[in-house]
Design a protein around this ligand. Structure first.
Ligand code: ADP
Length: 426
């Protein structure tokens, strides 16, 4: 076009006898035309209008056609991204769990899905940028985050908008500066769990009376009257004793599970250790050496009855899983600010693979050995529950053929100065 204008200007100028003036005029016209095209394109680009591909030839048309193509590609990509974003948002909103993205440093809410409104009462946009811990009160989220133990889920807390809805919180640190908080409604699970507990407790309770009757009558039967029945009678007595013990253990577990806390008092450890020694000796009937070491010089704070039940389960296990001639050690010692009650035996030991599962109900390394020795498979489950209610933990070390140590580790808050300094020596 510009070339055409210049040629026409030159020709007209030549005809008028002023070729340079014609050329200058044509150059001005060509420049004006270029400026007009450029401006037109800029206006269209700036207005973000959809460009139309021009039909003609020439550099400007070609440039516009390229831009139209780039614009079409860009629009298609944008449509695709918007589609994906919508799909992700729909997906996040369809999740039954509340999902919250929070900034790690400031602990402020950056984003949340629809379930967060339903379960936690968060509202968009008012709660964007709100401090997470404060906004989710009275759930103890701030304390949980401050404790540094976020790897463990915060389980079974009431929802801030409806206390009958029980929630479980899990934190996933998914980038350098963001946290993902996943909140799940566990009310139904809790109800099922409660039903299971009630069922076990009711069944155990119902079994107690008939068992007592059977057991009572069996005790009354004298094997001397019918000597040929003596082995059967003895076996029936053993089995009824086992069933009674099973029911008692199930009831103990149900009782412990139903409680969040216990009635607590000073636990006189000197007399506790003396009782444990007596029990160990009675169970062992002289087959083992029983050694008690009371070196802590302090008492514990907790439930005397439940702690005795836990410790005596460990002592009973030590005696039952140690062959005659072995050694049973019961040691109460300080451990940093806290205290440890450790029961050690020189018995059969436990292969390492079994250790993490030992405290599960009815989990046994050897079912036959457990039955032979009168075990119910519930002893360590009871120990774990009792210790949990005292914020204590069970540490197990064992070596096959050499023996085991079951240690109850109590925190400093459970230690009290001893009232009576009566000591049980070894
Ligand atoms: P049980 O009534 O069968 O003894 P527990 O819950 O007390 O049930 O223990 C679970 C299992 O752990 C036992 O069956 C046994 O296999 C193993 N166990 C517990 N204590 C000891 C121990 N001191 N030495 C070896 N094995 C043990």
């Amino acid at each position: 076009m510009s070339a055409l204008l210049l040629a026409a200007g030159l020709a007209l100028g030549a005809m008028a006898g002023r070729p340079w003036a014609g050329l200058a005029f044509a150059a001005l016209a060509a420049w004006a035309w270029q400026a007009w095209r450029l401006r037109g394109l800029l206006v269209r680009l700036d207005g973000r209008r959809r460009l139309k591909a021009p039909a003609g030839a020439g550099a400007w048309n070609e440039a516009e056609r390229l831009m139209v193509r780039a614009q079409q590609d860009l629009r298609a990509r944008k449509r695709r991204l918007v589609g994906m974003l919508r799909a992700y948002r729909a997906l996040a909103d369809a999740l039954p769990d509340a999902v919250i993205v929070a900034e790690r440093d400031s602990q402020r809410i950056a984003w949340f899905n629809a379930a967060a409104t339903r379960l936690l009462g968060l509202h968009y946009p008012a709660d964007i940028d709100a401090p997470l811990g404060e906004r989710l009160q009275p759930m103890p989220v701030a304390r949980w985050l401050a404790s540094g133990r976020m790897a463990e889920p915060l389980g079974d807390v009431p929802s801030p908008i409806d206390a009958s809805v029980r929630l479980s919180l899990r934190l996933v640190p998914y980038s350098e500066d963001l946290w993902l908080l996943i909140v799940r409604d566990v009310s139904r699970l809790n109800r099922l769990e409660q039903m299971r507990r009630d069922f076990v407790a009711n069944v155990s309770h119902e079994l107690r009376t008939p068992l007592t009757v059977v057991h009572g009558y069996l005790e009354m039967l004298d094997p001397a009257e019918q000597p040929e029945w003596a082995p059967m009678l003895a076996e029936m007595q053993r089995q009824s004793q086992r069933m009674t013990q099973l029911v008692e253990d199930l009831l103990t577990l149900s009782r412990l599970e139903a409680r969040d806390s216990l009635d607590e008092e000073q636990v006189p450890m000197a007399s506790m250790l003396a009782t444990l020694r007596r029990e160990a000796e009675a169970l062992s009937q002289g087959r083992h050496e029983v050694v008690v070491a009371d070196v802590a010089g302090v008492d514990l704070w907790g439930s005397v009855r439940e702690l005795h039940s836990a410790f005596s389960n460990l002592v009973s296990n030590a005696v039952r899983y140690t062959p005659a001639g072995g050694r049973i050690g019961i040691e109460f010692r300080r451990d940093g600010g806290g205290a440890v009650l450790a029961v050690t035996d020189s018995g059969y030991g436990i292969p390492e693979a079994h250790l993490p599962r030992l405290t599960e109900r009815f989990y046994r390394v050897s079912t036959s050995r457990s039955r032979e020795t009168g075990g119910t498979g519930l002893g360590l489950a009871i120990v774990k529950h009792v210790l949990g209610l005292h914020q204590a933990r069970l540490s197990i070390e064992s070596e096959v053929g050499r023996g085991s140590t079951f240690a109850c580790v109590f925190g400093a808050e459970r230690v009290r100065q001893r009232e009576s300094i009566a000591r049980e020596g070894t």
